[in-house]
Design a protein around this ligand. Structure first.
Ligand code: 4AD
Ligand code: MG
Length: 435
């Protein structure tokens, strides 16, 4: 029996006959020889079909095969120093599984397509090299995140997607009918549930999709994105900074070690990622405002940073900066106030270099029942929906803290992508819900 192998593993079969199964990525031919390039999801390999060595019909079929036709090829593996993966396959036989008809060819060709066209064909665009590489990096990032938490004493406890209450402000909630007479929302963050699970398990994380009905059409915003959210009991703002920094440096190191090929396809300048592994910068919101003003921003104390402020703040930095103690007024209801200055929240944002913006947001939570009640009122949040959350302040309340890291922004930064839409297979944005 001839073994079926993945292109990525083909080097182990040098000199042997193997079968590969995939899709025609590209084809060159010159008279009596043709070179079908086959991709199988794990890699791309150049095959060599020689007319004199094959039945005439088969050679002809291969020579005129159309892009993205599916096929299985048998042949002998040969080392070839000039080949991208170091090997070529000398074709001995082949079976075409489905031939893409000439009359309706594969729509994505090597010519330049506009972004709308590509996004409309996202289900096919995923097969292209750069898109493929970006999603492989995403896989590595997700794996790295899980490995970091799993090996540091955190228990994975996921939060529900249907929720009765807002976590991050009521203006960005997707509301939906839950059977006849109940309204629920798609979750904006698993944090409130994380606070419950941290009191049960000590250190937890949840990792899933979250939703924001945000009418922002920027290169950093999706309406559905993935967030990892650790939460720690008996912890404070400093713990958030420490864990967030450790996590990011751990994941970058993983990506640099394991995804060199993909970073090359993406033409990512890896020296930028290496530099980002140095200890992060730290500054307070107050200091950030002074810096921004000096650089020409019109920011006023008391307002949140916009995208341009975030970019301006980091354009002279080669690694993330952790900005803490934002004005309480611009932050969510649950932030603990700074003991030395009640108008500042014990929150921190990690802002990535190279214009990737805020990648982590988090901080210390209010653990005092009366203060929390006051905040719910100030934010006009319905107490009934939060009764269970208030229980956490009645039964063994402790200082606790956590954060959320958006996977898509992080992956965009790793890959050096212009826009978060290419970091997820099927992005959901203000004007895109298809395919
Ligand atoms: O700062 P955010 O809104 O924080 C929270 O939701 C907290 N409840 C998290 C926590 O403490 N457990 O969002 C956290 C991160 C941001 O730093 C950013 O990386 C990402 O989520 N993010 C988005 N990513 C893509 N599209 C959007 N619209 C995003 N909004 C936030
Ligand atoms: Mg934030």
């Amino acid at each position: 029996m001839i073994p079926r192998v993945r292109v990525a593993d083909i080097g182990r079969y040098e000199g042997q006959a193997v079968q590969i199964a995939g899709w025609l990525y590209n084809l060159r031919s010159s008279g009596k020889i043709c070179f079908p390039q086959v991709r199988d999801g794990s890699g791309i390999i150049q095959c060599v079909a020689v007319k004199s060595a094959l039945p005439e019909e088969l050679f002809d079929t291969l020579k005129h095969l159309t892009q993205e036709s599916s096929l299985m090829i048998q042949g002998k593996v040969r080392a070839e120093a000039r080949a991208a993966g170091g090997f070529e396959l000398d074709v001995e036989s082949a079976t075409i599984v489905q031939r893409v008809p000439e009359a309706a060819p594969y729509p994505i060709t090597p010519k330049d397509h506009g972004i709308d066209f590509l996004m409309d064909h996202r289900h096919l665009w995923l097969r292209s090299r750069r898109q493929h590489a970006a999603l492989i990096v995403r896989h590595e990032v997700v794996k790295g995140i899980r490995d970091y938490f799993d090996s540091n004493g955190f228990v994975l406890v996921d939060a529900p997607i249907f929720t009765p209450a807002a976590c991050e402000g009521t203006s960005t909630l997707f509301e939906l009918d839950y059977f006849e007479d109940e309204k629920v929302y798609l979750t904006q963050s698993g944090q409130l549930y994380g606070e419950a699970t941290a009191a049960a398990f000590g250190k937890t994380y949840c990792f899933g999709p979250v939703f924001r009905a945000e009418k922002s059409k920027t290169r950093r915003h999706l309406t559905e994105f993935w967030m990892v959210e650790p939460e720690m009991a008996f912890a404070d703002l400093e713990d958030v900074k420490r864990v967030g920094e450790e996590l990011i440096r751990f994941v970058i190191t993983r990506v640099l070690e394991n995804r060199k090929e993909e970073l090359k396809v993406l033409e990512r300048d890896v020296t930028k990622l290496e530099a980002a592994c140095a200890p992060f910068h730290r500054m307070s919101y107050d200091e950030a405002v002074v810096k921004l003003k000096a650089k020409g921003s019109e920011i006023q104390w008391g307002t949140d940073f916009g995208n341009t402020d975030e970019t301006l703040l980091t354009d002279d930095l080669d690694r993330p900066v952790m900005v803490d103690r934002y004005p309480a007024a611009v932050k969510a209801f649950y932030f603990a106030p700074a003991p030395e200055r009640a108008d500042c929240a014990l929150g921190v944002d990690f802002i990535a270099p190279e214009g990737y913006g805020e990648i982590i947001g988090g901080g210390q939570r209010i653990h005092d029942l009366d203060l929390l009640l006051k905040r719910l009122e100030e934010h006009q949040l319905p107490r009934e929906a939060f009764e269970w959350y208030l229980d956490l302040r009645k039964y063994g309340s402790v200082p606790h803290a956590g954060f959320g890291m958006g996977v898509e922004r992080f992956v965009a930064w790793m890959c050096g992508l212009e826009h978060v839409r290419e970091t997820t297979a099927f992005p959901r944005m203000l004007y895109r819900t298809r395919p």
